[in-house]
Every structure is written in structure tokens, then in C-alpha cells.
Design a protein around this ligand. Structure first.
Ligand code: FRU
Length: 511
């Protein structure tokens, strides 16, 4: 049986495996050569130098804008700018000049951007619709002088669909009331009262402010001091709604650093209700949008209607400045569609890679009804170097593991442990690990689904793996730095286990 399957698979693999050559031109014909060791092939990463949080994510005039924390002079964090990229499909990205530079009020820290359709700000002069960016200015000079009010909120506007920005002459628009951590404004439109709501991270809680014109802000309420995880300072919140059947559930995302479930940085979420003033939680337990160590400061795009698309920074403050890449540092996660699922009487967020990703599907190989008693159920060997998407599904679940390995014996293991009811990723022997004590390790995410069957999607790039299990209920993101690309996939189970289908997609580089 195994032999038959193996032979069959070899044929399929022969069809499937076309070694990806690194594209030498980006979509806009910029001479982008994304072929350095560990360079992501299907994820956004900056051309060079330092990047952290995604910022100002706004969809307008058929373009997704992605701004990001950028330090263009070094591969470690420094005076922050907003770097800029756009995409028409959430998959291919075009690089643009820096959008916002530091000034006398300080560095440009994280924040958001909105489409001011009604020109509430008055920035539109000749009928233009302004885009308005709302961000923290971090005054490092004031910080060094021992002041505590060194983080304030400023705004800038664009009258050319987000390509160039002018800072407002009366910045800052929201002054620091004496809270050292006072940052990362995420602004949304609250239609019922026709006002803007800003969710701001204020040390160990979030504070909601409202405004009619994006310039004058009134405090509404605070949330979170006594709720959720508090292993570190609260940062980069987001407030939005998700639909469950015909019900609207409010979601509050809050990143914390450190204190994540697998150490370091991570993003927790709350389900609840919001009445324009107050957030009332529906849950008392702590939840994480992604349990892996490498998804931080993620928020959603503004102006995508009912659809909520999330993207995070694929790194962790615990080691972000030391990861072994030379020309640039870090990448973003794959954009993800958020949804809700109900288990018992609780609502849980689901995340799935956006369907637009299928534009880079290259060849595929599919296996159906693989059954085995004991041991190895599938061994796919060959030159698998390059990005891939693997999907498996079955009507029951047993302990199993999937190993991506290289010819020099390095590996990443992804699996499910039935006794613990956890999915896990093991990067212990994944290549370069010594830059951070504790980088080599096994990380887990609880299986939340109570269904008998399961499905799992793995998005595999040269230096990362993203796991979406059970329709995106259990999610984990991990980076790794192998000395040579993984070139084989093995799947093992210790018990009788039948996988109904297993699909392997070779993906084309986006660069
Ligand atoms: C989160 C964060 C934000 C801040 C930015 C500075 O990663 O610390 O709170 O605005 O990074 O780069």
C-alpha cells in the first residue's frame, strides 16, 4: 500500500516540482532582486534596512496601502519613519518613497489611516477626498530629558490617494496627559453617531477618544486594566466588527510585549460590544489571534467594508534586531481574512490566508484517501526549495507530524499532539538559532475546535511557516533561518490515520 502510494506520489511530485527561480523584477519593473539568503518570496519585506509594525493600512481607489515602521539608515530600530508600499491584490507589492519623516515633534511611531469621505477634517479643498493618517510622535529628546509626556498624537493628510502626505500645521492633535506609554492610534468611523473613534494604547489599558473632525479629540472611556493578559505593555490596538450570521460582534485587538503565550510579543483579542463610548467584553478568558512567536502589532485595513483583512509584523521584539539577515530585517505575515466561529456560547476569531493568494499558485499535487496502519504515511522528496502551500483535511484527527527538512539535516516540524490537544511547531533544529537563547524551541497552540475532523493549511516560505488549523481557529506563525533550503516533506503518524486529502501547491515568487 505504502509503496503504491509512494510511487504515485513520485509521479505527482515530478509534475509538481518546478524549482522556482527568483524573479528579478517586481510588478512595477523595479529592479528588485529578492534572492538573498532567507529572503521571503511570498511575503512583503522591505527592500533594505529595518522594518517593524504595519501602519496606516487603508484601501482606497483599488489600492491597498501598507505603511510600516521604517528606519532607512540601519538594520536595527532607530528614528522611525513611515515606509510605504501598495498592492492591488494583497499579494504583489510595489515599493514607494518614504511617506512620513521624523520632525521636531519626534519620530513617527505606529498609527492608522482613514478615508475622510465627508471631508470632516476640511483638508479637501476642491472636492478632493482626503486620506488622513493618525500617528504617534515620539519625542526622544524629551524622553532623554526625563519628561513623561513625550508621546503625542499627530495627523497628516493626502490629497493624491495616499501617495504624498502633508503634516497638519497644528500638530499634535491629542496631547499627552502624563502617561508614558500613550501611543498607536487606530481610528474607525462610528456610523451610528457619525463620529470618529480612536483606540489608543495607554500603558496597561486602551483609551477610547471620539472626534467629529479628526482634529479635536474627547476622551470617552478606558478598557482593560483588570482584563486580559498583562505580561507586558499594551500596544497597537484595533477596534472593528465581525459578523456572525446576522449578529455584529465587536472585536478589540491588543498587542502586548512581552507576555505572549509562547514568550515575547503577541496579540490578544477581546470579543464584546461597543456603544460609541464603552467597550463591554463578552469573555473573561485570554485569547490570542495567533499563538506563534512571530505575529505582532497586527491590525486590519480600513475601508474594506464588511471584510476585515489583518496583517501583522512577522517577528518578535525578543530577537527582532538580531535575526540573521544582512540587508533587511523582517517581513509581514500573509494578509488574512478574519471571521468568527461560535463554540458553545463563545465567539472565536478565525484567520485564513486571503483567497487572492491563489494568483501565485503554480503547480499542484493532490493525494486522496491516504490510509496507513502505523508509521509513515507519506514521504514527499525532491527539490522542494521555495514557497508552498500545503492543505490537508480529514474526518478524524490523530497525532501526526509534518517535517520539512534539508539535505544537511535541518528541519521544521509541524504537528498535532492528541494527548495534549495542541498543534505545535518545532524549530529546535531549524538552522541558525544561536542569535537568541530560546529561539530553538517547540511552540504550541491549543486546538479549539470540538469537531471530529480537521483541516490544516500551511503557508511555507524560505524563512517562515504559518499554520491555520480548523478553518483558522488555531493559528501559529514562526520564522526560521535554515542554512540550506528545506527540500523534502515527510508526514508521519504513530497510529492508524487516514487523511482524506492532501494538496501541495508550489507557489510563484511575488517579486
Ligand atoms: C510596537 C511598537 C509600537 C510603537 C512602535 C515603534 O511594536 O513598540 O508601540 O509605536 O513599535 O516603532
Amino acid at each position: 500500500m505504502i509503496c503504491g502510494v509512494m510511487k504515485n506520489m513520485k509521479n505527482l511530485i515530478a509534475i509538481a516540482l518546478v524549482i522556482a527561480s527568483n524573479a528579478v523584477k517586481s510588478q512595477n519593473s523595479q529592479p528588485v532582486i529578492y534572492s538573498e539568503p532567507h529572503r521571503p518570496q511570498i511575503h512583503f519585506s522591505p527592500l533594505q534596512k529595518w522594518m517593524n509594525d504595519p501602519n496606516g493600512m487603508v484601501f482606497y481607489n483599488h489600492q491597498y496601502h501598507l505603511f510600516y515602521q521604517d528606519y532607512p539608515d540601519s538594520t536595527i530600530w532607530g528614528p522611525m519613519h513611515w515606509g510605504h508600499a501598495t498592492s492591488k491584490d494583497l499579494v504583489h507589492w510595489k515599493h514607494h518613497p518614504i511617506a512620513l519623516y521624523p520632525d521636531s515633534l519626534g519620530y513617527i511611531f505606529s498609527g492608522s489611516a482613514v478615508v475622510d469621505y465627508n471631508n470632516t477634517s476640511g483638508f479637501g479643498k476642491n472636492g478632493e477626498i482626503p486620506l488622513v493618517a493618525i500617528f504617534t510622535q515620539h519625542n526622544s529628546k524629551a524622553q532623554k530629558e526625563g519628561k513623561i509626556d513625550f508621546q503625542n498624537q499627530s495627523i497628516a493628510y493626502s490629497l493624491d490617494d495616499g501617495m504624498t502626505w502633508t503634516k497638519y500645521s497644528d500638530n499634535p492633535v491629542l496631547k499627552n496627559p502624563g502617561i508614558m506609554d500613550f501611543r498607536d492610534p487606530k481610528v474607525m468611523w462610528y456610523e451610528r453617531e457619525k463620529k470618529w473613534i480612536m483606540t489608543l494604547a495607554t500603558y496597561d489599558r486602551v483609551t477610547f477618544f471620539s472626534s467629529k473632525d479628526l482634529k479635536g479629540w474627547t476622551k470617552e472611556s478606558e478598557f482593560g486594566k483588570e482584563v486580559g493578559a498583562h505580561g507586558g505593555v499594551w500596544e497597537c490596538p484595533d477596534l472593528f466588527t465581525l459578523n456572525y450570521q446576522n449578529k455584529k460582534i465587536w472585536i478589540l485587538l491588543v498587542s502586548i510585549n512581552p507576555g505572549g503565550p509562547n514568550k515575547g510579543s503577541a496579540t490578544q483579542y477581546f470579543t464584546g460590544e461597543f456603544d460609541g463610548k464603552k467597550f463591554i467584553p463578552l469573555q473573561t478568558d485570554t485569547r490570542w489571534i495567533d499563538y506563534g512567536p512571530d505575529d505582532y502589532a497586527g491590525v486590519t485595513w480600513f475601508n474594506t467594508s464588511e471584510r476585515k483583512i489583518f496583517l501583522g509584523w512577522m517577528s518578535n521584539w525578543q530577537y527582532a534586531t538580531r535575526v540573521p539577515t544582512e540587508k533587511w530585517r523582517s517581513a509581514m505575515t500573509i494578509p488574512r481574512d478574519l471571521g468568527l466561529e461560535k463554540i458553545g456560547d463563545k465567539y472565536f476569531i478565525t484567520s485564513q490566508p486571503v483567497h487572492e493568494m491563489s494568483v501565485i499558485d503554480d503547480r499542484r499535487a493532490e493525494l486522496k484517501k491516504i490510509t496507513t496502519s502505523n508509521k509513515e504515511i507519506a514521504k514527499w522528496a525532491g527539490k522542494l526549495s521555495g514557497p508552498a502551500r500545503l492543505r490537508l483535511a480529514s474526518d478524524k484527527i490523530e497525532s501526526f507530524s509534518i517535517t520539512l527538512s534539508s539535505e544537511i539535516g535541518e528541519q521544521i516540524v509541524v504537528g498535532y499532539d492528541k494527548a495534549a490537544n495542541n498543534y505545535y511547531i518545532d524549530r529546535t533544529n531549524s538552522g541558525k538559532v544561536s542569535f537568541e537563547k530560546g529561539f530553538a524551541g517547540i511552540h504550541t497552540v491549543p486546538r479549539l475546535s470540538d469537531k471530529a475532523g480537521f483541516d490544516m493549511v500551511l503557508v511555507i516560505d524560505n524563512a517562515s511557516i504559518e499554520l491555520f488549523a480548523d478553518n483558522g481557529l488555531s493559528v501559529m506563525t514562526e520564522v526560521f533561518f535554515p542554512n540550506s533550503l528545506f527540500s523534502a516533506i515527510n508526514i508521519q503518524s504513530t497510529r492508524d490515520f487516514r487523511i482524506n486529502s492532501l494538496t501541495y501547491f508550489k507557489l510563484k515568487s511575488i517579486w
